[in-house]
Design a protein around this ligand. Sequence first.
Ligand SMILES: Cc1cc2nc3c(=O)[nH]c(=O)nc-3n(C[C@H](O)[C@H](O)[C@H](O)COP(=O)(O)OP(=O)(O)OC[C@H]3O[C@@H](n4cnc5c(N)ncnc54)[C@H](O)[C@@H]3O)c2cc1C
Length: 474
Amino acid sequence: MTTPHQGDPESTIDRALQQLRGALSGSLIEPQDLQYEDARRVWNGMVDLRPRAIARAGAVADIDAVLDAVRQSGLTLAVRGGGHNVAGHGTVEGGLVLDLGQLRNVTVDPQQQLVTVEPGATLAEVDAATTAHDLAVPFGVISATGVAGLTLGGGVGWLTRSYGLSLDNLQSADVVTAEGEHLHASREENTELFWGLRGGGGNFGVVSSFTFRARRLPASLLGGNLFYRPEHWEKALAAFGSWTRGLPEEMNPIISFLVLPPEFGMGGEPWMIIGFAWVSENHQAGLDLVQQLAVEAPPDEQEVGPVRWVEWQSAMDSVFPKGSRGYWKNLSFSRLDEEVIKVLVGFASEVTWHGTGIDIHHMEGAFGRVAEDATAFPTRSARYWLNVYGFWRDPEEDARLTAFARKAHALMRPFAEHGEYVNFLGAELPTGEEDAARQAYGQDKYQRLVAIKERYDPQNIFRLNHNISPGQGS
Ligand SMILES: Cc1cc2nc3c(=O)[nH]c(=O)nc-3n(C[C@H](O)[C@H](O)[C@H](O)COP(=O)(O)OP(=O)(O)OC[C@H]3O[C@@H](n4cnc5c(N)ncnc54)[C@H](O)[C@@H]3O)c2cc1C
């Protein structure tokens, strides 16, 4: 074993970490500490990495201290909000994690309908604060997910057709850049940065505060699930294709192909579930609409009725516990004709196990009306999104279920439109991270993102993400 000496990289790292330990109002967790095993883990149990240290920020000033340490030590930085990133970007082997999970205050201004959120808050924490005012910010469907990563990539869920993505409702963000500048970004200030933050992920800095516009919700929504057995999937998909033409924006449907766990009482069999949230006080109009679909394709089982927003938002939480193993793929498409339905039903019928899900989100509505170039988000035009996602527990299944997600994606690829949703992408990308980001955003948006990257993070300190590489513009 060699002894570290002045000037060698190890002693530089040690010095930087020692200085960081003294500067943090939060804590620095290292491999010898008791909390390390828990602190190093993220949602995706397949991502089993051992950071050199984890800095738990206790205040915004700790972000500056961590960035100083990164600049001094050369350690690779991972930024973590809720830790749900499927590609595992919230941690790093041998590097430094900035864990923002203790910064989770949420402040609601009911008059202005504005909600200010610290970067470690989860969707559940924002929902708990807004629901008291009959308000909600459009987020994803599993309430343990982090607001930060979800918003910077997109944010699709039960309110997307009614009110757009999470990032469409972002009014402003406070950002700490790679050089330690504190910037406010909005439609009026640092506008190009604000454009890039809305879809460009964590590429440009650490967001220390998000301010959202919240939407007024009725005291109860109409929520429900229509359940179909495999022999009825083709018919139900065809009916869904017709039903979603000209569908009112109050209706937010998501199809899931799933084997549900025992507590759902649906047997251990595969179901196609057409779930929906009807966001209006007029429940009868929603019921009438659902009835039209049920007449075309009668469900084998159904549950439809008034639901409180927070209950609907957390109804599936238990299916996706931390430590689940996941590899996810996403694409968008517009055709739901016979040929596509056959392909979809072909691979969906193979899933006879609990641990892989396939979702089809119907988009359009308020989401689709946002101009393509208004944000960095990759694609607005397609009618549907496909998401193939894993949440299995057994490491022995890694190879088989990862291969299944890739296969399903490849089978749908011929029908795909441009753009992929970065928050639903797995880590292993056959063409490499840079090509994958270019492919996800498309050439024009990628070029614009590169210019923002070169301005705010030319050294690529924020590289653990679907990376926009400085100097890779053309
Ligand atoms: C069970 C589950 C359900 C999901 N459901 C949905 C859904 O319904 N809809 C949807 O749209 N997505 C969904 N997702 C995907 C989710 O949007 C992404 O995984 C997202 O990255 C999670 O954000 P996070 O803060 O929890 O993740 P983290 O792993 O903490 O962060 C992800 C990345 O975001 C960046 N980042 C985080 N915080 C900051 C910050 N403060 N400043 C700058 N960059 C930052 C970093 O690059 C980081 O690596 C789901 C994921 C899981 C695992």
